[in-house]
Design a protein around this ligand. Structure first.
Ligand code: NAP
Ligand code: G4F
Length: 341
C-alpha cells in the first residue's frame, strides 16, 4: 500500500490539531508547519508531541505561509500525498486592523503553497480552508455551494482570492478542494472568538475571577458546529475520486445572545436582560450586579448578520453529517473549562 503523507499548515490551531489526530489514527505520516512565533507551549498538539506511539509519525517544521522558499523546500522534501492549508490570520475583527497582513497570509500564502505543490508534488491532493464568511451580507435563508458570495471584511476578501485561486488550479488539472466551513468550535478555540470567550468569561464570573464580560453585537446569527467532526469532512473531500467544493455546517443558526443564554442556564444563573443597543446589560438576579455589558470595541465596521449552511451536498456525496448538537458542544466546552479553570 502506498504511504499516506499529510502536510498540514495551521497545525497548532484548533482544526490543525484535530485533523492531525484524525490522520494519525488513520495511520498517516503527519508533517505540520509551525511558526517560530507560535506559542512555545504548543498546547493543542502537546499530547501528540509527547506520545511515544507517534514519535516516528508526527513531525513539526518551522515555516510560514508568507515564505515561499520555505514552502518549496518543505514540499520538495516531504513529498506529501495530501496537503491541508489551514493556516490563516483567522480572526475577522482583527482583519480590519491588519488588512494587508491578512491578505498576505490568507491570499498570497495560499498561492505560495499551491505553487510549491505544483512544483514539487503535483499529484498531491490539496484542501483549502474556505469559509462561510464568503457569503457576507447575503439575504438567503440557507447558504449552499450555489449561493453568491458577498464578502464584507478584509478576512473574507482574502479568503475569496484563495477560493478562486484554488478553483483555477483545479481547472488546470490539480486535485484541489474548497471546504466552505461554517463556524465550528471546541475547547481548543482561541479565547478571542465569541463562543470560547463567553464560556470562559461566564465560568470566570461564577468563580469570582472577574466581575463582568464585555461583548459586541449580540444579534448576529451563526451556524455553530463541533470542530472535531468538521475535520472529518476535510479528509473525506480528499478521498473522493474527483475534487469539488463542499459546504460543511449544521443547518441551524442562533444569535450570540441565545448562545449566552444557553451558557448562563447550564451554569445555573438567574438573570435578566435589560436596556437596548449599546446600553443593553445582563443582570445577575442573585447579586443584583451586571454580569454582561456591551463594548463598542467588539463591533465590526461591517458585519455578517446571518449564516446558516445547507450541507446536503456533503451529506449526499461525502456521507457526512453533524452528530453533536449545539447543546452537546456547549456542554463539552463548559466541562473542559471547569476542569481546567
Ligand atoms: P486557528 O485556531 O486560528 O489556527 C490558525 C493557524 O494558522 C494557527 O496554527 C497559526 O499558527 C497558523 N498561522 C497563522 N499565520 C500563519 C502564517 N503566516 N504562516 C503559517 N501559519 C500561520 O484557526 P482554526 O479555527 O483552526 O481554522 C483553521 C482554518 O479554517 C483557518 O484558515 C480559518 O480561516 C478557516 N476557517 C475556520 C472556521 C472556524 O469556524 N474555525 C470556519 C471556516 C474557516 P500560530 O500558532 O503560530 O499562530
Ligand atoms: O467568534 P467570532 O469572532 O467568529 P466569526 O467572525 O464568525 O469568524 C469565525 O468563523 C468564520 C466562519 O464563518 C471563520 F472563517 C473565521 O476564521 C472565524 O473562525 O464572531 C462571531 C459573531 C460575530 O458576529 C461577532 O460580531 O460574534 C459576534 N461577537 C459579539 N461579541 C463577537 C463578540 N465576536 C468576538 N470575537 N468577540 C466579541 O466580544
Amino acid at each position: 500500500m502506498n504511504k499516506k503523507i499529510a502536510l498540514i499548515t495551521g497545525i497548532t490551531g484548533q482544526d490543525g490539531s484535530y485533523l492531525a489526530e484524525l490522520l494519525l489514527r488513520k495511520k498517516y505520516i503527519v508533517h505540520g508547519i509551525r511558526r517560530r512565533a507560535s506559542n512555545p507551549k504548543l498546547d493543542n498538539i502537546k499530547s501528540l508531541l509527547e506520545s511515544k506511539k507517534y514519535s516516528k509519525k508526527f513531525f513539526l517544521h518551522y515555516g510560514d505561509l508568507t515564505d515561499s522558499s520555505n514552502l518549496n523546500k518543505l514540499v520538495g522534501r516531504i513529498k506529501p500525498t495530501e496537503i491541508y492549508n489551514l493556516a490563516a490570520q483567522s480572526h475577522v475583527h482583527t482583519s480590519f486592523d491588519v488588512p494587508e497582513y491578512t491578505a498576505q497570509v490568507n491570499g498570497i500564502g495560499c498561492l505560495n503553497l499551491l505553487e510549491a505543490m505544483a512544483n514539487h508534488a503535483p499529484k498531491a491532493k490539496f484542501y483549502q480552508a474556505s469559509t462561510s464568511e464568503l457569503y457576507g451580507e447575503n439575504n438567503t435563508k440557507f447558504q449552499n455551494e450555489m449561493t453568491p458570495f458577498q464578502p464584507c471584511s478584509p478576512y473574507s476578501i482574502s479568503k475569496l482570492y484563495a477560493y478562486y485561486l484554488t478553483k483555477n488550479y483545479r481547472s488546470r488539472g490539480f486535485f484541489v478542494c474548497n471546504g466552505i466551513l461554517f463556524n465550528h468550535e471546541s475547547p481548543r478555540r482561541a479565547s478571542s472568538f465569541v463562543t470560547k470567550k463567553i464560556v470562559e468569561g461566564i465560568i470566570n464570573i461564577k468563580n469570582k475571577k472577574i466581575k463582568k464580560l464585555y461583548l459586541g453585537n449580540l444579534y448576529a446569527k451563526r451556524d455553530w458546529g463541533y470542530a472535531e467532526e468538521f475535520v472529518v469532512a476535510m479528509w473525506k473531500m480528499l478521498q473522493k475520486k474527483k475534487p469539488d467544493d463542499y459546504v460543511i455546517s449544521t443547518g441551524k443558526s442562533i444569535t450570540v445572545k441565545d448562545f449566552v443564554n444557553k451558557v448562563l442556564k447550564k451554569l445555573g444563573f438567574h438573570y435578566k436582560w435589560m436596556g437596548s443597543g449599546i446600553n443593553e446589560v445582563c443582570k445577575d438576579l442573585s447579586s443584583g450586579k451586571n454580569i454582561i455589558e456591551i463594548d463598542k470595541f467588539f463591533f465590526r465596521p461591517t458585519e455578517v448578520n446571518f449564516l446558516r449552511g445547507d450541507y446536503s451536498k456533503a451529506k449526499k456525496n461525502l456521507n457526512w453529517k453533524p452528530k453533536k448538537t449545539l447543546d452537546d458542544l456547549i456542554s463539552i466546552m463548559i466541562n473542559h473549562e471547569i476542569k481546567n479553570n
